[in-house]
Design a protein around this ligand. Sequence first.
Ligand SMILES: [Zn+2]
Length: 84
Amino acid sequence: MKAEQFPCPCCGCLTFPGSPADALAYICPVCMWENDLFIAFNDEPSDENHGLTLNQGRANYRTLGVCDPRLAPYARKPFPKELP
Ligand SMILES: [Zn+2]
């Protein structure tokens, strides 16, 4: 049985076990973005991500494969089934 996975708001990979709206502080294993339910805009600094905005995290993921370069040692590549 395949569990439904939801897209990460940062990298878009299907890594969330539930809706991001319910996944308080869930950390995406691919891009290391920590789900932040308290930001209203993509340009708002996220306290859960050391002040990074979602747009900055997305840009970092596109170039570095991780939302914050300091977290690169903990990130992993997406599994084929997680690709958006
Ligand atoms: Zn992600």
